[in-house]
Write a protein that binds this ligand. Structure first.
Ligand code: FPP
Ligand code: MG
Length: 298
């Protein structure tokens, strides 16, 4: 997508406006992401000055949240590259996150009030979601509702706000697109949680099967715990550095109890619901975005 180059240029221009050399240097160390949020906005609102600015604002907020998340998760890699906290230190990562985040909000304050409200509100939810995520890693979470509420806030809320804001820009039905974005976001996070188990470290750009070690009981683990007979063995492996035998045992149990395939089915179901909410909108690329997102490998 050529338009994504425009978004990157806009982000760079915003950072140049901050007039701080260090910020520009740090921007160069941010690893290239999939830019799902920008793709979504541009497919709904088309490519114009306003939509490109909105994309840049959202990508800067997203980048800020990941800079902070890597400090919170004590992660050394992001998308296969050294993360800013690893390359510099935690302080630098937090402050650069704050700079990107506040510059994004400065620009957001100049946009349509309804868009500013939706995006700002989503960032509150995203922060609450991150707090919930951290809370949920303290003990083995067995509640599907808590997991769903957390991934809605942490991931889906911003994607929902992107779809709704793009619909506002284009004068389309905001509710329909918001629902599409919400379900796309939920499916996206579920797929992420599944890939953590099914993919290897090289493909993921971070250690594989790390979620459970970090205390994150994602959907495949939730289903496995429900279905498995030897629950105490699974509970003993929780938050433990897994040996290759232990990791293999978990994978075998998941395959025997069909928890991975059922998790994928749940993500697909959310994907179908998303597509259903925009079925009368005549926008085939929304179906495409969903398919590519579900079938991705990292
Ligand atoms: C990645 O989750 C984290 C998020 C999607 C949200 C993080 C949000 C905050 C830190 C709130 C602060 C927000 C701002 C704007 C400063 P993950 O750890 O499950 O995924 P990962 O494997 O990609 O790290
Ligand atoms: Mg993380």
């Amino acid at each position: 997508m050529e338009e994504l180059i425009e978004v990157k240029k806009q982000i760079k221009d915003f950072v140049i406006e901050i007039a701080d050399e260090k910020s520009l240097e740090l921007l160069g160390h941010l690893a290239q992401g999939k830019m799902l949020r920008s793709k979504l906005i541009l497919k709904i609102a088309g490519v114009n000055t306003e939509s490109i600015k909105l994309c840049a604002v959202v990508e800067m907020i997203h980048a800020a949240s990941l800079l902070h998340d890597d400090v919170i998760d004590d992660a050394n890699t992001r998308r296969g590259q050294a993360s800013v906290n690893a390359l510099y230190d935690n302080k630098t990562a937090i402050m650069f996150g704050d700079i990107l985040y506040s510059k994004a909000f400065t620009e957001l304050s100049q946009m349509d009030k309804r868009i500013a409200y939706k995006i700002a509100n989503a960032v509150t939810l995203l922060s609450v979601g991150e707090l919930l995520d951290v809370e949920l890693t303290k003990t083995f979470n067995k509640s599907y509702d808590k997991y769903l509420d957390m991934i809605y806030k942490k991931t889906a809320s911003l994607i929902e706000a992107c779809a709704a804001s793009a619909a506002i820009l284009a004068g389309l039905d905001v509710e329909k697109y918001a629902l599409y974005g919400k379900n796309l976001g939920l499916a996206f996070q579920m797929i992420d949680d599944i890939l953590d188990i099914t993919q290897d470290s090289a493909t993921l750009g971070k250690p594989a099967m790390l979620d459970f070690v970090e205390g994150k009981v994602t959907i495949p683990y939730l289903l496995l715990h429900e279905r498995i007979e030897n629950k105490s063995k699974l509970e003993l492996l929780y938050k433990k550095q897994l040996s290759s035998d232990e990791a293999a045992w978990i994978k075998i149990q998941m395959s025997e109890t069909q928890t991975l395939s059922d998790s994928i089915a749940q993500a697909r179901q959310l994907g179908l619901e998303a597509i259903n909410s925009v079925k009368d909108e005549n926008n085939e690329s929304l179906v495409q975005i969903m398919k590519v997102m579900i079938e991705r490998e990292f």
